[in-house]
Ligand binder design. Structure first.
Ligand SMILES: NC(=O)c1ccc[n+]([C@@H]2O[C@H](COP(=O)([O-])OP(=O)(O)OC[C@H]3O[C@@H](n4cnc5c(N)ncnc54)[C@H](OP(=O)(O)O)[C@@H]3O)[C@@H](O)[C@H]2O)c1
Length: 344
């Protein structure tokens, strides 16, 4: 039998600032034969997420960088083509971390079964997967919204932000979303039921935000940093909580922003307003909360209380462009690449 090949996107060079097509290279490799306990996978969906920008840098972080020449990392939903494990049969669907490639050999222990009858396969990468869990854990463990409080979240039309706002509403809070452009803001208000949605690109963004939170802000779910955070800070209430989830406006920066050092004023605010500012990586809560999340999110999804939107890009070759665009808001909903058909 001829060897199985995989088409894959590797990191060709490290970006300086915004990534470009030149930082990626597509190549085809032969996959090794399966060892006991391994499976051959055919990728169906690849998740594109902002954290991947950090992995392209040669910098110390909570996870090691992708080495130049290595396949880009990423969550995937795949179908098992061949199995050398009694635990999993050909035809089954699995959630894995096999990256930007058409096929992969993986240890069965690194995979989780995905039931295609429970929900559409791609939701395992979005509303029922890592981004949904991030919203759930960060909001409920750190944000702790109470009924009647005001929760503000940016990147609100994305998978994390849209779940944050809706879960805040489920818990009786007011949800105010910040997003780029009128279409995303209308979606937040009209389809997801946010109480208000503000376009961060509007010239009077700070004034509009102030008007949208007449009782101040009790929870600011931090996804973006930069000018959005600067507009939020003066509106925080005493004892406000800030789950620091992401800082996507800063991922492509190559130097510190100009202007006076803002740290002393920020620390003064933390002190005088008794703020709780707590960063987190979703994986720290998996053991404690993944069961609760699976129960609640599936129920809310089935009841129509947790809605979601996907932005599906067709073909692995489009992954670099789609990823670059996501870092400045071209995606509308959870960005996934359809690498292969659901049914072979
Ligand atoms: N801590 C964790 O464990 C964890 C896990 C998952 C995700 N995250 C973080 O959560 C955040 C959201 O992730 P996601 O997967 O839901 O991404 P996403 O919302 O699908 O994509 C990122 C969005 O950020 C917005 N954005 C980009 N530049 C911006 C800027 N300068 N100012 C304001 N908004 C900007 C864009 O939306 P607009 O068009 O609305 O501007 C863009 O669509 C990211 O910061 C990510 O790194 C953290």
């Amino acid at each position: 039998m001829s060897a199985v090949t995989s088409t894959r996107v590797v990191l060709a060079s490290r970006p300086h600032g915004e990534p470009t097509q030149d930082n990626f290279r597509t190549e085809t490799i032969e996959l090794p034969d399966l060892a006991d306990g391994q499976v051959l996978l055919r990728t169906v969906y690849l998740s594109l997420d902002p954290y991947m920008r950090g992995r392209m840098n040669d910098a110390k972080s909570y996870a090691p960088p992708v080495e130049v020449g290595d396949v880009m990392v990423g969550g995937t939903v795949s179908q098992v083509v061949e199995s050398r494990s009694l635990r999993i049969e050909p035809g089954a669907y699995v959630l894995g971390y096999t990256g930007w490639q058409s096929h992969a050999v993986a240890d069965v222990n690194s995979l989780r079964a995905v039931d295609p009858n429970r929900a559409p396969l791609s939701t395992a990468l979005g509303v029922l997967g890592m981004p949904g869990f991030t919203a759930y854990a960060g909001l409920l463990k750190i944000g702790r919204p109470k009924p009647g409080e005001t929760v503000v979240v940016a990147a609100a039309a994305g998978p994390v932000g849209s779940a944050v706002g809706q879960i805040a509403k489920i818990h009786g809070a007011r949800a105010v979303g910040i997003a780029g452009g009128a279409e995303k803001c209308a979606y937040l208000r009209d389809e997801l039921g946010f109480d208000a949605a503000i376009d961060h690109r509007a010239e009077d963004f700070a004034d509009q935000l102030k008007a949208a939170v007449p009782d101040g802000i009790d929870v600011y779910f931090e996804n973006v940093g930069g000018p959005v955070t600067a507009a939020v800070l003066p509106l925080l209430n005493f004892f406000a909580r800030i789950p620091v989830c992401g800082l996507v406006s800063q991922y492509n920066l190559v130097s510190a922003p100009e202007g006076p050092d803002r740290l002393p004023a920020f620390m003064g605010l933390v002190l005088t307003k008794s703020l709780t500012v707590r960063g987190f990586i979703q994986s720290e809560f998996i053991q404690e909360l993944s069961g609760d999340f699976e129960r609640d999110a599936s129920k809310w999804l089935a009841e129509g209380r947790l809605k979601h939107r996907e932005d599906v890009v067709d073909g692995l070759e489009k992954a670099p462009d789609a990823f670059i665009g996501m870092l400045h808001g071209k995606n509308f909903g959870k960005l996934v690449v359809q690498v292969g058909p659901e049914q072979d």
